[in-house]
Design a binder for this molecule. Structure first.
Ligand code: N2P
Length: 606
């Protein structure tokens, strides 16, 4: 035997590997107690994030959903997996036959393929997306793993023990319970743990098949990242880590036959996993729910809470950061949303495809608060389908201390700022910026123009740190980038926090957007949807939404209620000379496909 002491190099290497494996987890646990909000630096000890976590119904709800799905998936998968493994083992196939091979196939099918196949399948059989579809999807990708793990254990299992039991008169069921199961228990337990782990953290498949009200923890964490990551996430992850470690410890002790010793960690682990069920407000039971799907950075949680208090309904809030993502979700069908907030040019498409519901203006008495300038526009005459929510511009947010004053798109191509530029992840906006810069309309459709624009975007790639349409303002605030293309409101928000930050709509012109609330066809709660839209039209509420999010409100009655600083902020309400050089993004029909293809090429080329 060669001991570690005699081979110090080996010991060191082992240590390094373990450090590599565990360092990120240690950092996560440590930072869940960090007083500072923007991760990175240690600013003192606090329990605050754990307290906030307990007070955050969205996180608790999503954790509950994740656990529910994971428990169900684990139970069904382990039972089915064990049965299948036994069957395959009994057949004693020398080589895996086609039946067995088919069962294992899902393991090698790329997750993204499985995800779209499942979505398509659920739509085809008319199954509404929700927790059930998530469980079914998780079953489909974890069953193979359960089979493999149990089968491995069976390989070392002596069948003659079963035969002996039967010879002694035990019936098959009794033989299974008394002889087979105890023999393969460690394998079954390992399979259960593996399936649980696979299910609890799945993002890709779940994001396709979740629908509303079925937001799991990974989906929620991802949507939180869009609005700036919060240390609450570190707290919840630490708790999950603790719970799973305790369960692993219990399993380990059980395997060694230390029944008694396993009780405490086992119960503690389970307890840690069960508290969200006690805390989460029970769904269903005649509860009214509004499923809201809106841009990230468009409504504050406090405003949503106000609506909940007023109506007694619960709001499921899901966020997106591109019109294309919204459109894809709605076109796939079955998503179950009640209110959406697309841009004007997407509303046109949705109306044409019959995907929106006509509004009942009698249920929207506060419509009178809107500025007539935003009423009866070409994309929706008479506002049959849409109620303006925010408008604004795209432009450049920049750090004066780093780049001085900026007034042209050219700054985003300046070689001095290599690695310090951020662009929106949005075909219409990136191509729009280049088209404007080079003196064209951002609604241009001529392939030659678009290819030329693409060349410039290719040329810009080495300077670009990230394509990001969600929390670009945080990236600018953190100092990671010095110049960022983005929409005005989020820049206006961070300019309050750092006087060096500024926002400009370049002199060559830029885009103008108008985003409106709409109700999709087949929305499950149209009446509550009208109530919500009317709520956002109330002068005080519209003012609160504008003051917290700092996008420009089309609500005339709200403007006098705004704090002076917001009302006068040119980044929130662009002056006429700025809007004069901005152009409304319009629907360009077929050419959209070309934009999308050229944009994907820009992002994927190395
Ligand atoms: C919200 C971005 C504004 C939407 N994050 C532009 N249509």
């Amino acid at each position: 035997m060669t001991s570690g002491r005699r081979r110090p190099g080996l010991a060191l290497l082992t240590l390094a590997v373990y450090a590599f494996l565990y360092a990120p987890l240690v950092v996560l646990v440590v930072f869940s107690f960090n007083a500072g909000r923007l991760s990175g630096a240690w600013e003192g000890f606090t329990w605050e994030w754990y307290a906030r976590l307990l007070a955050n119904p969205q996180v608790i709800m999503s954790l509950r959903n994740s656990l529910l799905v994971a428990f169900l998936t684990t139970a069904v998968c382990t039972a089915l997996g064990t049965a299948a493994a036994l069957a395959f083992h009994r057949w004693r196939m020398a080589r895996p036959g086609p039946v067995e091979a088919l069962l294992l196939l899902p393991m090698v099918v790329p997750e993204i393929v499985l995800a779209s196949a499942l979505l398509l399948f659920f739509a085809a059989v008319g199954l509404r997306l929700g927790l059930l579809t998530v469980v079914l999807a998780h079953l489909s990708f974890s069953l193979s793993y359960a089979v493999i793990v149990v089968r491995a254990r069976l390989a070392g299992f002596d069948r003659s023990l079963e035969e002996a039991a039967m010879d002694l008169g035990a019936r098959p069921w009794r033989t299974f319970l008394k002889v087979t199961l105890p023999g393969i228990a460690p394998g079954v337990l390992a399979a259960a743990l593996l399936v649980f782990a696979l299910s609890i953290d799945d993002y890709v498949v779940t994001s396709f098949v979740a629908g509303v009200g079925a937001t799991t923890l990974p989906l929620h964490i991802y949507s939180m990242v869009k609005s700036g990551i919060s240390p609450e996430i570190n707290a919840v992850s630490t708790l999950l880590l603790l719970a799973t470690s305790l369960l692993l410890l219990a399993a380990f002790l059980l395997e060694r036959g230390r029944m008694r010793g396993a009780v405490l960690p086992g119960l503690a682990g389970l307890g840690l996993l069960l508290w969200p069920f006690a805390l989460a407000r029970p769904a269903g039971g005649g509860e009214r729910v509004l499923n809201l799907f809106i841009w990230s950075g468009y409504i504050a949680p406090e405003t949503v809470r106000k609506f909940e208090q007023r109506t007694g309904a619960r709001v499921n809030l899901d966020l997106y950061d591109s019109n294309e993502a919204l459109l894809a979700k709605v076109q796939a069908g079955g998503a179950g949303y009640d209110v959406l907030c697309p841009s004007n040019y997407v509303i046109e498409v949705l109306i044409r495809q019959d995907l929106l519901q006509a509004l009942d203006h009698r249920a929207l008495p506060h419509l009178v608060n809107l500025d007539p300038r935003f009423f009866d526009l070409r994309f929706d005459r008479g506002n049959r389908y849409s109620v303006p929510y925010f408008w604004g511009t795209a432009g450049i947010g920049y750090n004066r201390r780093r780049v001085g004053e900026v007034d042209s798109w050219a700054a985003l191509w300046d070689a001095r700022y290599r690695g310090r530029v951020l662009m929106l992840d949005d075909a219409r906006e990136t191509f729009g910026a280049v088209l404007k810069w080079t003196g064209h309309s951002l609604n241009a459709t001529e392939p030659v123009l678009l290819r030329r624009a693409q060349e410039l975007l290719f040329a810009q790639k080495p300077l670009v740190r990230a394509y990001n349409s969600s929390n670009y303002e945080d990236v600018l605030l953190s100092g990671d980038v010095w110049l960022a293309q983005g929409w005005n409101g989020q820049f206006a928000k961070v300019m309050d926090q750092d006087p060096d930050l500024a926002y400009v709509v370049p002199r060559e012109g830029s885009s103008l957007f108008l985003d409106s609330l709409v109700i999709p066809a087949g929305a499950p709660h149209p009446e509550l949807a009208h109530a919500f839209i009317d709520f956002t039209l109330e002068a005080e509420i519209a003012a609160e939404i504008c003051a917290t999010m700092q996008y420009s409100t089309p609500n005339r009655a709200a403007v006098p209620l705004l704090p002076e600083a917001v009302r006068r902020n040119a980044a929130v309400f662009p002056p006429p000379e700025v809007t004069a050089r901005a152009e409304l993004i319009e629907d360009i029909g077929e050419a959209t496909l070309l934009y999308d293809r050229l944009w994907t090429e820009v992002k994927t080329r190395r």
